[in-house]
Design a protein around this ligand. Structure first.
Ligand SMILES: [Zn+2]
Ligand SMILES: [Zn+2]
Length: 206
């Protein structure tokens, strides 16, 4: 199968490097745009819900225009190669599961990868690994779609459009923050960074 080289290069520029994960997101995005009969979203007309936060999500952002900043990219991290795309105008939604084919991973590729990742590969092994990676990417870009992914139409209620919130000035640090993230501490309205440890679990600090 042929692929759109210009679009692929656009995804690579956005992501920073070419990798199998990006190729996966590229195929998923191409399928989604075709199935839904739409082009890259200028605004919020298209919505993506992604079930992982790996490399492929950058291809989704570059190709479909569903981006974190516009609020039409929602991360629902279930650690799965599942991507749901929906059109706001028609309410049509498609769920795509990328399985990557039934071929078992090449043991030589896995061996080279663990050597390279562990910093133990010789220059010759690094070169062989890079060549194997390139051919893996090429395969993911050109294999027939039905060998790589499964899709089905789904019915779902779409999340509301991105909202703009008023901001308030934190009583402790004096910085502005969105009202949707306000907390109360000692009777004062404060930002999350100043709210301290009322909540259990992980705290980012300032
Ligand atoms: Zn990557
Ligand atoms: Zn504060």
């Amino acid at each position: 199968m042929k692929y759109n080289r210009e679009m692929w290069e656009q995804a690579v520029r956005f992501h920073g490097h070419a990798c199998p994960g990006l190729a996966q997101g590229f195929r998923v995005s191409r399928a989604a745009l075709r199935l839904l009969g739409v082009k890259r979203a200028e605004d919020e007309e298209l919505l993506a819900i992604v079930e992982n936060d790996a490399c492929g999500v950058d291809a989704v952002q570059a190709l479909t225009g569903c981006t974190l900043g516009k609020g039409n990219l929602i991360l629902d991290d279930r650690g799965k190669s599942v991507f749901i795309f929906a059109r706001r105008d028609t309410g049509t939604a498609v769920r795509i599961y990328f399985h990557g084919g039934q071929k078992p991973p090449d043991p030589e590729f896995m061996r080279l990868r663990s050597l390279v990742e562990g910093g133990l590969a010789s220059p010759e092994e690094v070169e062989r690994f890079e060549a194997a990676k390139l051919s893996r990417i090429e395969g993911l870009l050109t294999d027939p779609e039905e060998d790589l992914l499964e899709w089905r139409w789904v019915e779902m209620e779409l999340p509301v459009r991105a909202q703009l919130f008023n901001s308030f000035r934190c009583a402790v640090c004096g910085e502005k923050a969105s009202e949707s993230r306000a907390r109360v501490r000692d009777g004062q309205v404060v930002c999350l960074s100043c709210a301290g440890s009322y909540s259990r679990g992980w705290q980012r600090g300032t």
